[in-house]
Every structure is written in structure tokens, then in C-alpha cells.
Design a protein around this ligand. Structure first.
Ligand SMILES: *Cc1c(COP(=O)(O)O)cnc(C)c1O
Length: 449
């Protein structure tokens, strides 16, 4: 990249009329593009990233001085907003004793406290906790648990997973194998992914009446392949990145019943739904269902640090430990990281200390009222809201760059994908924040005509 070095750049920028601040801002964008990968992006990425220099409460401060609302809770995670004093203090307190220590052969108070708290609030019967370092890894661990359980209970032939279309479970290889086969990455990686079983997407949509025929295909697949299946895996009630769909809790309850009938484990991927997002503490709570294995992530640390958790029943733990290895074969370097664990405990305690259910219900009401005007617009396929999740589904793909610019001009950060324009705001969002978000979304929908 001759002519692109610091020397020429400095010379060129010296007569930039817009001043130092602007220069620094451009510099950051350029340096980022030269070195860094972004999620699902080329190198260099097609669109320049938006530089954020600070975040507090619901606000992101951009390098050009603009302040915008984080309408994504930074990918479902920052439920309490940014720089929450209680979470900041939890990080500082933990730093006073230690940032990290290996978990092989060692334990520490932050891990024990978090595990006890998660067991206390999870559906009863989930008793044991594996603290992983990201959501995708927790899905890998959950799948390994199911496979090792099958071996440990005398069924080594049970090596496949059954799932539903429109799901999303992460980007590592086993997790990818159970993502939606069309919108997921099967077309690119199909040759090397394990061959899993897919039932149609769960129906009916949330709020409509469930009938037996809605689950007939799923039930048929499970009955036909029960001797090959180690576990069923799905996202309870809310399907996130695979389509932002909400489906009937009765479907989930029936999945549980069928798994019991056929002696197949149920893995609930609560990475997006956990910690109140759908209006219940966990997605499974809509159906009163207890999975055999449950994955938590995203909002676990309130958006501060990367951590996920896999909870399982005593029966699963016993089966896994009876396998020939006599152990669950996973152990990441940063397992149970004390900083993340202490922050997670603080975030969960903060959530439980707040009237979170009322807050989420109020957000649901605001989102429904604010997004309603989009429903009748041409080019809009559907508008739907559940808990603190609001979705405008468009007929054609949303033009990302133009839409994002319009949203930023209106003071809102969102990350549309495909035909989905959606928000999952922090629970601390004010009525004004929510009006700004829904107003910007409706304006973006209008601009699509
Ligand atoms: C985000 C997500 C994952 C993956 O979590 P990462 O922390 O991004 O690896 C898995 N499952 C669901 C339902 C998710 O929303």
C-alpha cells in the first residue's frame, strides 16, 4: 500500500478544514479497516464501521460526537445499559482479589457464587453448571454432554441431533450444524458439518392456537429416528438470529412431552431469551418446561464480559460421568473467569432486585404502540412484538447502509439483517428512548417504499 503510509496521510490531513476531532475519527475508521475483521464481513469490510468512543446508560457516544441509543442492547447483552454503577463496582471489587486463575484443579468464590445463583433461578432440577467463555462454546458443550450421555447410558449409536428450521445456535462447527439449513451456513460448510435432522419451523406463531397437526412432522421425525438421536435442541419460544420468530409455548410443551416419551434429551438454547427478554425470566417459563440441558449467555454478564453457562440435570451429569472417559471432555483456558463470573452474579442480582417483569411489560407495550403504524405500510410483511423485542419484517431485504444512516440521523443504533428491522432495547430504556427507537424504525420502514 505505497502512498498509504503515515507520512502521506499526515501531509494530506494537515489541510483538513474540519479539524482534529474529525481527523482522528477518520483515522480510526481507516486503521480499523486495514487490520480488523468484523462479524460476517470481508477484509476489508464493505461498509466502514461506526466508531464508538464511550457508552453510558442507553447511549452510545460516536467519535463524531453524536449520541445514539443502543437499540440492540449490544446484541441482547446490555440489559441494564452501559456503565451501570453496580456492575462497574462488581468488576472493580473482583479486580481487588484476582482477574483470572485457571479452573483446572482450582476453584474460586466468584464461580461458586454464580453457579449457586443460576441453579436457584433456573427451572427446578437443573443442578450442575459448566461455565464456558461464549455462547457458541456453550452449545458445543451442551452437544458434547448429550453425546457423552448417550454413550454413558449404553446408546453410543445415538449421535445425531433433531432441531427445527429457522433456528440459530452459534458459529462454531457443531453449533452451525443445527442452525437453519437455508439461512445458516450449510451451503458453505455443508460438506463438513454433521448431518442433523430438521423439522419445519415451530408453529403456530405466539398467541395463536396450537393444534396437534402443528407438531406432526416433528413428532414423526423423532419417532422414526429416536434410536439415532442424542438430543433435541431448540430456542424456546423466541427464535433469534434465525428469523426473529415467536412461536406458541404449547409447541415447546409438546416437544418436552415427546422427548420424554421417546427418552431423548432436550437442550434449550436460552442464550438470547434468558434473563427476561421475552417477558419471562427464561423462554422455557412460558411453557413451564424444564429442559435437560440449558445454555445461557449474552445477557449473563449484563453485556460486560464474555461468558456463557451450561446447566444440566443430575441425571445428565450422572450419565456423562458414566461414559468411558468418566469425565465431560471440555475445559477452556478461560473457563469460569472470575471477572466475568463476579459481573454475572452482580448482573443477575441487579435484575432480580428490579421490577424487571414490569419494565419488560412496559417496553412491550411501548414497542407495540410505536411500531403499529408500520403494519399497514406497503412493503411490510409483518410487525411483531414479544417482551422487549420489536420486529418489523419487510417484504424485500433492507438496504443496510442507507437504513443505518437514516436510523443514526434519528439518534438510534440498530443492526438490521436480511428482511428484519428489529430492536431489543436495554430494560432501563425510558419512554422517550423507546419513542425514539420506534419512530426511527417506522421512518426506516417508510423509506423502503
Ligand atoms: C448469540 C447466540 C448464540 C451464540 O453465542 P455467541 O456468544 O455469539 O457465541 C447461540 N445461540 C443463540 C440462541 C444466540 O442468540
Amino acid at each position: 500500500m505505497a502512498g498509504d503510509g503515515p507520512g502521506t496521510g499526515r501531509a494530506r490531513r494537515r489541510d483538513d478544514p474540519r479539524g482534529d476531532h474529525h481527523r482522528k475519527h477518520l483515522d480510526l475508521i481507516e486503521r480499523d479497516r486495514r487490520r480488523l475483521w468484523h462479524p460476517y464481513a470481508a477484509m476489508p469490510s464493505a461498509l466502514p464501521a461506526v466508531p464508538v468512543v464511550a457508552a453510558a446508560g442507553t447511549t452510545l457516544v460516536l467519535a463524531d460526537g453524536r449520541q445514539v441509543i443502543d437499540g440492540m442492547s449490544s446484541w441482547w447483552a446490555a440489559i441494564h445499559g452501559h456503565r451501570h454503577p453496580f456492575l462497574d463496582e462488581a468488576v472493580r471489587n473482583q479486580l481487588e482479589s484476582m482477574a483470572h486463575v485457571m479452573f483446572g484443579g482450582i476453584t474460586h468464590p466468584a464461580a461458586v457464587e454464580l453457579a449457586e445463583l443460576l441453579v436457584e433461578i433456573a427451572p427446578p432440577g437443573l443442578e450442575h453448571v459448566f461455565l464456558a467463555d461464549s455462547g457458541s462454546v456453550s452449545v458445543e458443550v451442551a452437544i458434547k454432554m448429550a453425546l457423552q450421555f448417550a454413550r454413558g447410558t449404553g446408546h453410543p449409536e445415538r449421535t445425531r441431533l433433531l432441531t427445527v428450521a429457522s433456528g440459530y445456535h452459534g458459529d462454531t462447527l457443531a453449533a452451525m450444524s443445527v442452525c437453519d439449513p437455508v439461512t445458516g451456513m450449510h451451503s458453505m460448510f455443508g460438506d463438513i458439518l454433521p448431518d442433523q435432522l430438521f423439522a419445519p419451523q415451530p408453529e403456530p406463531v405466539y398467541g395463536e392456537t396450537f393444534r396437534a397437526e402443528h407438531i406432526a412432522d416433528f413428532a414423526g421425525l423423532l419417532a422414526a429416528h429416536r434410536d439415532e438421536i442424542a438430543a433435541v435442541i431448540l430456542e424456546p419460544v423466541v427464535q433469534g438470529a434465525g428469523g426473529m420468530r415467536f412461536y406458541s409455548p404449547d409447541y415447546l410443551a409438546e416437544v418436552r412431552r415427546l422427548c420424554d416419551r421417546h427418552g431423548v434429551l432436550l437442550i434449550a438454547d436460552e442464550i438470547a431469551t434468558g434473563f427476561g427478554r421475552s417477558g419471562r425470566l427464561f423462554g422455557c417459563d412460558h411453557a413451564g418446561v424444564r429442559p435437560d440441558i440449558m445454555c445461557l449467555g449474552k445477557a449473563l454478564t449484563g453485556g460486560y464480559l464474555s461468558m456463557a453457562a451450561v446447566l444440566c440435570t443430575a441425571e445428565v451429569a450422572g450419565g456423562v460421568s458414566a461414559a468411558e472417559s468418566g469425565a465431560l471432555m471440555h475445559g477452556p483456558t478461560f473457563m469460569a473467569n472470575p471477572l466475568a463470573a463476579a459481573t454475572a452474579t452482580a448482573s443477575v442480582r441487579l435484575l432480580l432486585s428490579r421490577p424487571w417483569a414490569d419494565e419488560v411489560a412496559a417496553i412491550e407495550e411501548s414497542l407495540a404502540a410505536g411500531l403499529a403504524p408500520a403494519a399497514a405500510m406497503p412493503g411490510i410483511a409483518d410487525v411483531r412484538v414479544l417482551g422487549a423485542i420489536g420486529v418489523i419484517e419487510t417484504a424485500d431485504p433492507v438496504p443496510l447502509a442507507a437504513t443505518q444512516e437514516l436510523l443514526l440521523d434519528r439518534g438510534v443504533w440498530l443492526r438490521p439483517f436480511g428482511r428484519l428491522l428489529y430492536t431489543m432495547p436495554p430494560y432501563i430504556s425510558s419512554a422517550g428512548d423507546l419513542r425514539r427507537i420506534t419512530g426511527a424504525m417506522v421512518a426506516a420502514a417508510e423509506a423502503l417504499r
